[in-house]
Structures are given as structure tokens and as C-alpha cells.
Design a protein around this ligand. Structure first.
Ligand code: ADP
Ligand code: MG
Length: 323
């Protein structure tokens, strides 16, 4: 699993717990005036979906629940696991999948529509020819890009609701859930926590965060650090919401003085060059926050306005232009 880009992102968004913080195992005071009893916060880390996950909660069991659910989702959706449902589907072109896999593909198709085709999980063959899957970066020929673009477009995915069958219209098509799977895993993990009556938890999945309920000292606070500088650009308070950042600095290569990033414009077949270098999205769905931050990076300033109208419930912030 590629780790470097994600571990970098881990450093970009970090967390402020209550008003004071020490790392590791914490004892914080509740902020409610009548509360005098100190509440412990438990914090645990795990490597999952190619990135560091960190779970913080007053409930000792929260981390195990989150890790086990995220691990289950990773096994279904990772293109780096040969026996995952996504790998099988990509090899066979048709597969009866689990309800979770069917759900995420269906959601991805809806988001493709609503983002005017900017968010597109069928970019996988493009991701391959640019060498982002294997981290052997190259600029493909115009001809190859043109041919590959024939395999791209979510309208070429056929969904059979009755039996959870997913089918590709053309051989060679593949899907890549890299821009949405983490957000989905966060949502699923939060649902599991709620089922177990756990009411507060902060999950940081390599920079994408979900804040469930409140910290003992009030709302969870997440600081967003400017990717190109070392300072915090702003801190936000979160409750029952997710925050996701996509940036052209996450994974990229330089050739002939140009930057080529890992987020691809599915219409052009080239890495996004929209004038936006990074964007942060807050939404109460982790899946949506994840997908929308990716889409915004492709659409640029103008497209962002359309996106804001289409998704009035989402908050777009910390938008950085390319210099
Ligand atoms: P990160 O994975 O670093 O959090 P993103 O959520 O923005 O960043 O996802 C980027 C990944 O999504 C890429 O590595 C690639 O696998 C995939 N991808 C690239 N372009 C698109 C696109 N236009 N639509 C959907 N997924 C994409
Ligand atoms: Mg994303």
C-alpha cells in the first residue's frame, strides 16, 4: 500500500483536543461548570487503508470498533488487495457484490452526475497509464490518453439493484474508490460506534476526520495547516461531521517544470489543473466530504460555485489557489 502521501497528509490536519493537549493517553477536564470529575480520553493508532488512523474517545472500546469496521471495508474495496470485491470486479468486468460495495458504487455514480462528471471512479485506467497506481510516474502519449478515455465515465457502469450485480459496459474498464473509500469507512465506523452506544469519538483517517458527538471539554476542534507553510491556517469546531482535504501536493511529479498531481480530470485525461491547489470540505457524510474535496480540485473556482449550489449542505473552506 502506498503510504508516503497519506502520512504527509496526516501532518496537515491535526487535532486540538479541548483547549489543552498532550499526546498519547490523556486526562482532560470536562468544561461544563458543574462537572468536576476528570474524564479520560483514550487514543489509539492503526495503519489501515494505506494511512494512519487515530481514534480518540472517552470510551475505551471505540478504537477497536473503528479499526475492525474500517478493516472490513478495506478488504472489500481496496484495489491493492487482489481478493477484494473491487479487484475481482476490475478483473472480471461483472460481479455480484456485497450490499456495502453496491451502495458505495451507486453513491459514486450519483456523485458523478451531481458533479458534472468531475468525480468519476472509472478514472482507474487513467490513474494506471499516468503511473500513479505503481508510483512509476510518466506522461502517456496523446493517443493512449484518447484511447483510455473511451473506458471512462460512470454511465458505463450498469447496476442491477435486484441482485447487487455490477457490470462494466466495456472490457478494460476499472474502478478506483481511492477518493471516496476512506470517507465511506468513516461513516460505517461511526454507525457501528452509535450501535454500541458510544456517543463521542474523534477519528482521524490520514487527514480526513470524523467527529462524533463532543469531546469532554466541548466540541472537537480540528486545526487545518497550510500545506505549503508550517502554520495553522484556521481551526474549526466539528460535531457529527467530517472534514476532508484534497490537494495537488498529496501525490505528484514534476516534469519539464510542470506539476502533475494524482487527481485526474476525467474529461481531459490529464491531471487536474484548475487553479485550485487545495480545498477542504465539511459535510455530515464522510463519503460526501471525501468525494466533494476531490471534485472541487478538478472544477476550479467557477465550478466550485456550481458545486456549492448543488450541495448547499456542504461547507467549502480553506481554498488555496495555485501560485
Ligand atoms: P487522498 O486519497 O489523498 O485523500 P483524494 O480523496 O482526493 O485524496 O483521492 C485521490 C485519489 O482518487 C487518487 O489517488 C485516485 O486514485 C482517485 N482519483 C483521481 N482522480 C479522480 C477523479 N476525478 N474522481 C474520482 N477519483 C479520482
Ligand atoms: Mg477524496
Amino acid at each position: 500500500m502506498p503510504l508516503t502521501p497519506k502520512t504527509r497528509k496526516y501532518l496537515i490536519i491535526f487535532l486540538i483536543l479541548g483547549w489543552g493537549t498532550t499526546l498519547g493517553y490523556l486526562a482532560l477536564r470536562g468544561d461544563k461548570k458543574e462537572t468536576t470529575k476528570a474524564q479520560r480520553l483514550w487514543r489509539q493508532n492503526r495503519l489501515l487503508m494505506g494511512t494512519f488512523w487515530e481514534v480518540t474517545s472517552t470510551d475505551k472500546d471505540a478504537a477497536d470498533i473503528v479499526f475492525s469496521e474500517a478493516g472490513r471495508i478495506e478488504k472489500l474495496l481496496s484495489k491493492y488487495i487482489p481478493e477484494s470485491e473491487i479487484s475481482q470486479l476490475n478483473r472480471k468486468g461483472k460481479l455480484e457484490v456485497s450490499p456495502d460495495t453496491f451502495y458505495i458504487i451507486k453513491k459514486a455514480k450519483e456523485l458523478w452526475e451531481k458533479t458534472g462528471g468531475a468525480f468519476d471512479i472509472t478514472v482507474a485506467p487513467l490513474v494506471d497509464i499516468w503511473g500513479f497506481s505503481e508510483k512509476e510516474y510518466r506522461i502517456p502519449s496523446e493517443q493512449l490518453i484518447k484511447e483510455t478515455l473511451r473506458l471512462v465515465g460512470c454511465d458505463k457502469i450498469i447496476l442491477h439493484e435486484k441482485n447487487n450485480v455490477v457490470k462494466f459496459m466495456f472490457p478494460g474498464m476499472k474502478i478506483d474508490l481511492g477518493a471516496i473509500a476512506k470517507g465511506f469507512a468513516l461513516d460505517k465506523a461511526v454507525a457501528k460506534l452509535k450501535k454500541n452506544n458510544i456517543r463521542n469519538c474523534l477519528i482521524n483517517a490520514g487527514g480526513q476526520v470524523y467527529a462524533l458527538g463532543e469531546a469532554p471539554a466541548g466540541k472537537w476542534k480540528v486545526a487545518i495547516q497550510d500545506p505549503r507553510k508550517q502554520e495553522i491556517s484556521r481551526a474549526v469546531e466539528l460535531k457529527d461531521a467530517s472534514i476532508s482535504t484534497s490537494g495537488d501536493y498529496e501525490q505528484f511529479f514534476f516534469k519539464n517544470g510542470r506539476r502533475y498531481c494524482h487527481i485526474l480530470n476525467p474529461k481531459k485525461g490529464y491531471p487536474a489543473e484548475s487553479g485550485i491547489a487545495s480545498v477542504t470540505v465539511i459535510d455530515n457524510s464522510g463519503l460526501k466530504a471525501d468525494a466533494l474535496s476531490t471534485a472541487a480540485l478538478i472544477l476550479g473556482r467557477e465550478g466550485l460555485e456550481t458545486l456549492k449550489n448543488e450541495f448547499p449542505e456542504a461547507e467549502f473552506l480553506a481554498i488555496k489557489e495555485t501560485q
